[in-house]
Design a protein around this ligand. Structure first.
Ligand SMILES: [Zn+2]
Length: 128
């Protein structure tokens, strides 16, 4: 279950980043995950719960943005989003395009912190 080690390393780097804001609580962590990063979203969320349990990140939400695979075709000179990863051929001209421009990402996009002594309740504007 490699999602667990991914979750653990995310917890580690978020903890490091949040250390710059003593007392602040991590509310939400957003990830950018490429479709080729072989991460199972549900599994990663489950592992996130395990990895954060009992840590200062307990209760922090994990938001995963899956990025589509984008190929660059030399023949057409364009970047195209491909639906599947079965074939790395340019959907326009059919040329084999091995120039992957997006799809392998696995990175933290943003970390949302809650100030320690904020007495003003957050406006509920971002509830999706
Ligand atoms: Zn092409």
């Amino acid at each position: 279950m490699h999602e667990l080690s991914i979750a653990a390393s995310i917890v580690e780097s978020v903890t490091e980043s949040a250390a710059a804001y003593p007392g602040a609580r991590v509310k939400e962590v957003r990830l950018r995950v490429g479709a080729l990063a072989s991460v199972v979203e549900d599994s990663l969320k489950f592992c996130w719960e395990l990895a954060t349990e009992g840590s200062p990140l307990a209760g922090a939400a994990l938001v995963i943005n899956i990025l589509p695979v984008i190929l660059h075709c030399d023949a057409c000179g364009v970047d195209t989003e491909i639906a599947g990863v079965q074939s790395f051929r340019c959907p326009k001209c059919g040329e084999l395009a091995a120039d992957l421009r997006q799809g392998r990402e696995l990175e933290i996009e943003s970390i949302e912190l809650e100030e320690p002594d904020s007495v003003v309740p957050d406006p509920v504007e971002e509830q999706v």
